[in-house]
Design a protein around this ligand. Structure first.
Ligand SMILES: [Zn+2]
Length: 86
């Protein structure tokens, strides 16, 4: 009996899911950042940086400049700094 499992369809589904997720993030102007706390590594979302700025993620507001304070799913404070790119 032939297997009904279609590997190609499964990959296509995963790809579509990934694209839909990315589109949802883009629509909300959010980017995913990885929690910097040790042994965490969960992802949180932060506003997308403006052109000419890049994101630096830290555990404290040590850097000067603009930042957003967000929380990862584990409740850690995550400071997302928007640094001007040189
Ligand atoms: Zn965390």
């Amino acid at each position: 009996m032939a297997s009904i499992y279609d590997r190609g369809a499964d990959d296509a589904f995963r790809q579509a899911l990934s694209e839909a997720r990315q589109a949802a993030l883009t629509a909300q102007d959010l980017v995913e950042v990885t929690c910097p706390h040790p042994d965490c590594g969960r992802t949180a979302t932060a506003p997308t940086p403006d052109a000419g700025r890049e994101i630096t993620v830290t555990r404290s507001a040590a850097l000067v400049g603009e930042y957003e304070k967000v929380h990862c799913p584990a409740g850690h404070k995550v400071f997302v700094h928007y640094c001007k790119t040189p």
